[in-house]
Design a protein around this ligand. Structure first.
Ligand code: PLP
Length: 392
């Protein structure tokens, strides 16, 4: 007999990719050789200096005990310097930085530190699914706010002002936006901070894509709230430094906010493996040329992804930034999820259906740039064959 699970699991399914990757694994065992264009997991190496730092540290007998809950001062200092040089934001490394095991866990810690059961939290539709599921897991109420193509996927502040904001404690925002590839602009961030101040809503900005195919200078929301009164920012090594599997992210916030999150975090995990911290310090020192070379590869791949969507008659904006291309299905395709499943089963090419990002994503699909040109060309070939066969 298996006892029933907790009520909080009701309405939260297993993470879509967790299920889908298992389906792909089984298809591969059956000999299918699926090309996975769904997930944003960088396939290129971190910089050589990053790898050497990890290797050197792992050989030291001082690297294998528990690490400090706040991480080493060296990592926090390197993060603060990187915020200064990348975003022109001054950060006190002693008090305002909390390294995380990836930014996804930061979404949980921030939510646990700020939301009581029943509190409301504004989440983007479409948007990263973890905002809604984590809100649900901790008993908060996720209130979607609409993002539409005709507003460049920015919030409609007039509509928000007119909506019932009672009980709303926090708002998740994420620019460059995933999945739509919409970019940030100073005007947007100014409005967000003003909105947060006016309604006493904490604006939690999730910023993992600011260095990927995003024109200079990348923006931090914190530039627009220098005293960190109403905002915080999560950032990540996953996409900017090709370190998704290493699990390194960060929270930059007011010292009190950092302490509250540490209150949660230090009761959950026991620090980040020291060689990972040493590697992260090196990664932060990657020269601009390293980032440019990475972006050049993504740019070349993106041209092939455009061809994939052209072939499928999906439409998209070429102004998008970040690690994906987001494209709208033609009217003839009635059910995009079913269409994407067909492509997986019949052509062995996996794209992400937009419905997983919210109801306003239902007419869209997302293609990742984390696949080699060779794989993308092979995908084009497979899709051409599939379309030809389905016409005949
Ligand atoms: C918008 C957004 N936020 C956060 C994350 C999580 O990143 P990390 O690997 O740092 O946990 C992702 C990962 O895909 C993402 O797309």
């Amino acid at each position: 007999m298996i006892l029933p699970g907790a009520d909080r699991l009701q309405g939260v399914g297993e993470y879509y990719f967790s299920q889908k990757l298992e389906q792909i694994r089984l298809l591969n065992i059956a000999g299918r050789k699926v090309i996975n264009l769904g997930i944003g997991s960088p396939d290129m190496l971190p910089s050589p200096q990053t790898l050497s730092a990890a290797i050197t540290a792992i050989q030291s007998d001082e690297s294998h005990g528990y690490a400090s809950y706040r991480s080493t001062p060296g990592l926090r200092e390197a993060i603060a310097k990187w915020y200064q040089s990348t975003y022109d934001v001054a950060v006190d490394f002693e008090r305002e930085v909390l390294p995380l095991l990836g930014s996804k866990e930061g979404i949980l810690y921030v939510s646990m530190a700020f939301l009581n059961p029943g509190d409301k939290v504004l989440i983007p539709n479409p948007g990263y699914p973890a905002y809604a599921s984590i809100s649900h897991l901790i008993g908060a109420k996720a209130i979607p706010y609409n993002l539409c193509e005709n507003r460049n996927w920015w919030p409609d502040f007039e509509a928000l002002e007119k909506s019932d904001l009672s009980g709303v404690k926090m708002m998740w925002v994420n620019y460059p936006h995933m999945p739509t590839g919409a970019s940030a602009a100073p005007e947007l961030f100014e409005k967000l901070i003003a909105f947060g101040m006016r309604h006493k809503i904490l604006i939690a900005h999730d910023n993992p894509y600011s260095l990927v195919l995003n024109p200079d200078p990348p923006l931090s929301l914190l530039s627009f709230d220098p005293k960190r009164e109403i905002s915080l920012e999560l950032n990540s090594f996953s996409k900017s430094f090709n370190m998704a599997g290493w699990r390194v992210g960060m929270l930059i916030a007011h010292a009190e906010v950092v302490n509250r999150c540490l209150q949660v975090k230090s009761n959950v995990d026991s620090g980040m493996f020291l060689p990972v911290q040493s590697a992260a310090v090196q990664a932060l020192a990657n020269p601009q040329s390293w980032h440019e070379a990475r972006n050049f590869v993504y740019q070349q791949r993106r041209r092939l992804v455009y061809r994939i969507f052209d072939l499928l008659k999906f439409t998209y904006s070429r102004e998008q930034v970040g690690l994906f291309v987001w494209a709208k299905a033609p009217d003839e395709i009635k059910d995009v999820q079913a269409f994407v499943d067909q492509l997986l089963l019949k052509a062995g090419v996996f794209l992400t259906p937009g419905f997983i990002f919210g109801t306003l994503g239902a007419r869209y699909a997302r293609c990742s740039l984390c696949a080699s040109e060779e794989q993308l060309k092979e995908s084009i070939q497979r899709l051409e064959n599939y379309l030809e066969a389905s016409l005949s």
